[in-house]
Ligand binder design. Structure first.
Ligand SMILES: [Cu+2]
Length: 152
């Protein structure tokens, strides 16, 4: 058991070292932190996310983009005063809820696989009401034998 833990620690260190090396610019996207800010609100009778700042400013349910190896940081605030959250369930992220105007939550996660995924509000009815968007990740999924993901 102790040996197993040591191997895990070693694996983690290797991952950290690899992501540190990515900063050298050899691999595009690796080791970057991509930040997005979204506001949850009502628009034309729908519940939506609106981008705040950067390329997504003013967009309704903007497509969020990242590269495999990036760390994504998303801050969500509520401007309609209703309870909301944001989830990236493919990455195990289901944020705490924002409740009331001006409050915000931030989720941060490491992007280890490529493809097109969904993000949405997991509060019952909100996804159906319009609170959903796409998360597009460029790059090959990291092949890590150490992942304990349940996905086959
Ligand atoms: Cu919501």
């Amino acid at each position: 058991m102790k040996k197993f833990r040591n191997i895990l620690t070693l694996g983690l260190m290797v991952v950290l070292m690899l992501s540190a090396c990515g900063g050298s610019g050899a691999q595009a996207g690796t080791g970057k932190t991509v930040e997005y800010t979204l506001q949850a609100t009502l628009k034309d009778g729908r519940m939506v996310y609106i981008g705040l700042g950067g390329d997504i400013h003013g967009q309704v349910n903007p497509v969020l983009k990242a590269n495999v190896g990036d760390t994504v940081k998303v801050t969500l605030s509520s401007i309609d005063g209703t309870e909301h959250n944001i989830s990236f369930l493919d990455f195990g992220i289901d944020s705490e809820h924002v409740l009331g105007q001006g409050s915000s939550v931030t989720v941060t996660f490491f992007v280890d696989k490529g493809g097109t995924f969904d993000y949405y509000c997991t509060i019952p009815g909100h996804r159906e009401a319009g609170m959903a968007g796409s998360f597009e990740v460029t790059g090959e999924s990291l092949s890590s034998s150490g992942t304990n993901s349940a996905a086959p």
